[in-house]
Design a protein around this ligand. Structure first.
Ligand code: 4NP
Length: 156
């Protein structure tokens, strides 16, 4: 099993969208038995809550289901997952700060590393500016790139 976790700040906007979109692609590709997908937040502000209604609305418009609840990233996650995929450089810095044992070496990425050149490096936080459809498009593009990468890397 290849284990992938998406991480943002609150785990109610960007990383749940990434989890839902990527899981949907993985399932469509018939790879749900090969790739485990999860998400978490650096902060615990929204722990236990459903995703932001605006994120759920955009996912629904694209016919993608999501029922996950927010949770904070745990030290055990850093060990368990093979790909820890941050939405922006602040998430990367926060994850590095949590990595007391150095287990993230070689498995911490920024999501848009997997997108074609020319796009921004960070998935912007839509919580205050409402750009959920734009975030969806970035997440969809990066998800396709990530799946290609995993297929190549793991011969799936
Ligand atoms: P996310 O967005 O990191 O994409 O889930 C945010 C969600 C909540 C807050 C900030 C960003 N907040 O300040 O509560």
């Amino acid at each position: 099993m290849i284990k992938v976790i998406f991480v943002c700040l609150g785990n109610i906007c960007r990383s749940p969208m990434a989890e839902a979109v990527f899981q949907n692609l993985v399932s469509e590709a018939g790879l749900a038995g090969e790739i485990e997908v999860d998400s978490a937040g650096v902060a615990d502000w929204h722990s236990g809550e459903a995703a932001d209604p605006r994120a759920l609305a955009v996912l629904r418009q694209h016919a993608i289901p999501y029922a996950g609840r927010s949770r904070q990233v745990q030290p055990e996650d850093l060990r368990h997952f093979d790909y820890v995929i941050a939405m922006d450089k602040q998430n990367v810095a926060d994850l590095r700060r949590l990595d007391h044992r150095g287990v993230l070496a070689g498995k911490l990425f920024r999501f848009l590393d997997f997108a074609p050149a020319g796009l921004p490096q960070d998935v912007p936080d839509p919580y205050y500016d409402d750009r959920f459809e734009y975030v969806y498009e970035l997440v969809d593009t990066a998800s396709r790139g990530l799946l290609e990468h995993l297929r190549r890397e793991h011969r799936l």
